[in-house]
Every structure is written in C-alpha cells, then in structure tokens.
Design a protein around this ligand. Structure first.
Ligand SMILES: C[S@@+](CC[C@H](N)C(=O)[O-])C[C@H]1O[C@@H](n2cnc3c(N)ncnc32)[C@H](O)[C@@H]1O
Length: 266
C-alpha cells in the first residue's frame, strides 16, 4: 500500500535493498493486525481510519526525509517515473494530487501542468509541500474535500492518488472525486500491486509497522486497507469506467512494482 504498497512493500524493500524480493511480513501479517487493531479499538475506541491519520501526523517529518533522500528503492527505480508518465500521457491542464504528502509529484509535473493543486490530511506534510512549491496546497482530508471552500466548484482534468488511498472508504472517495473531475478527465490511482501482498487474498485492514526503518526514527504504525484486484476494479463503479490498467515492471525482479488504474467518469 503504501502503502499503498507502496508503503508496505517499499519500506520493506528499502530495508532489504531489494525492492521486490520480499513481501510484507509484520505489515502483512494478520495476527499483527488483529492483535494491534483489537487492542487499540477496545482500549481507545479508535477506528483504523483515525489511527491511519494519526500515523501520518506523527510520521510526517520522517516521511519527508525518506522521500526527499530517495530512500525507497522501488520509487526510484520504477513507480515515480510510472506515475509521472501516466499523468503526462493525459496532457492535463489541471491536476489535483490527493494525499500529496510532501508534494514531490506536484513538483515533478509543475512544468507540464499549468494548474496543480495538492491536498493532504497531514498539516505538516502540507507545510513541507508548500515550502518547496510546485502547486497550491491545502490541508484537507478526502472527506472534507467536497465541501471545502478552498475547492468549491473546482474541477480538474486529472485527479491523481499516488499510494494514497489507504482507508476502506473507496466508495465515498470515488463518488466525491466524480464531482471534481472535468468531462473527459481522468482519475489515476497508483497503488500496491495486490500480488505483492502475502495471503490471505481478501480485502481487509492490515498494519504497516515500518519495521524496516527501525533505528532510523520513531515510526508510528499505520493501519491500511488491503484491496484485491477485483475490489479495486469493481469499486470504480458506478461513477467511473476503467480506461486502462498498467502494471509497471521492476527491472530486476521483473515482477509488478505497482498497479496503476486509469479511470474516466461515467
Ligand atoms: C504513502 S503517503 C503518499 C504521499 C504521496 N502521494 C507520495 O507519493 O509520496 C500517503 C499520504 O496519503 C495521505 N492520506 C491518507 N489518507 C488520507 C485521507 N483520508 N485524507 C487526506 N490525506 C490522506 C497521508 O497523509 C499521506 O501523506
């Protein structure tokens, strides 16, 4: 996933110096998820999505450091280029980067896309993005976007989510995004390739514990919602039609480094 695999797999990959040789262990293990989630929910009554947000609030500066240092091998080798190329192919005049993090994708496309907007639920990540520029940025959750004054009546040619759809509310997100895309526009989602995640192969919450970064910083574990390929594709309806599905290959392992879905509004 990373998380969107990205996260999970990428983080593990970085630690092993092999971007795709190893799937998640702790992050993908049900027992860990089950243990952590049940204890947290019963003790603190916090939903996974709440913990997810808290993890990004807490991990923001570590994440910024890792991304800006090029610290995730599969991003450097494959997935960054893949998402940039996919968006460029669509020749958008405007782009909304949802879950933009510290803003690297906006910066990468700022010379090609005249109007770029990034939103993220982490205030610190938005501040980091603003610092380096490349677009306009707002501190908003996906749930807040539609009603937000900042984005009122805004529509975009391309909406992109790069390893940023981490919770279980895909239907709510897709419905909201349908109202924010221009006719003829597209939604581009890069996510963890479902084949990279250890069994069981079913959509469910898991935990990324960032164990691969042990010793580098104090990472807060992050719940993330694993989705099967069928649930990704089936989830697009009724608002989106799948226009393309890309599986960028890792040059060394020759396994898919990610899954990119390109959807058009119905
Ligand atoms: C793995 S990071 C990816 C960041 C960026 N897209 C990139 O490629 O580096 C996931 C990002 O999604 C954001 N995010 C996750 N769920 C969110 C939500 N419901 N609302 C707003 N932001 C969210 C997190 O704050 C985090 O910055």
């Amino acid at each position: 996933m990373i998380l969107d695999e990205d996260m999970a797999q990428l983080v593990v990959a970085e630690a092993t110096n092999d971007a795709h040789a190893q799937p998640l262990t702790r992050a993908g293990t049900n027992s860990v998820l089950g243990d952590e989630m049940s204890s947290v929910e019963s003790d603190d009554e916090m939903a996974p999505a709440t913990l997810l947000k808290a993890s990004w609030d807490s991990n923001a500066s570590c994440w910024t450091e890792v991304i800006r240092a090029g610290g995730i091998a599969s991003r450097q080798l494959v997935t960054d280029r893949a998402i940039v190329d996919t968006v460029q192919t669509l020749s958008p005049r405007s782009m909304l980067d949802v879950g933009c993090g510290e803003g690297w994708l906006c910066r990468a496309l700022t010379d090609q896309v005249p109007r770029i907007f990034g939103i993220d639920g982490s205030e610190e990540l938005v501040a980091q993005a603003r610092q380096l520029g490349g677009g306009e940025f707002a501190h908003l959750s996906y749930a807040e976007m539609r009603g937000s004054v900042v984005l009122a009546n805004e529509r975009f040619d391309v909406i992109v989510a790069n390893f940023a759809l981490l919770d279980d509310d895909l239907p709510g997100f897709l419905e909201a995004m349908r109202g924010m895309v221009n006719d003829g526009g597209a939604l581009v989602i890069q996510t963890l390739h479902p084949s990279a995640v250890p069994p069981p192969y079913r959509s469910e919450w898991r935990i990324e514990d960032f164990a691969a970064f042990d010793g580098q910083a104090d990472w807060k574990p992050m719940p993330w919602y694993f989705r099967t390929l069928g649930d990704w594709i089936g989830g697009l309806q009724p608002h989106w039609h799948l226009r393309g599905l890309i599986e960028p290959l890792h040059p060394e392992t020759e396994r898919p480094a990610s899954l990119i879905l390109v959807a058009e509004p119905i």
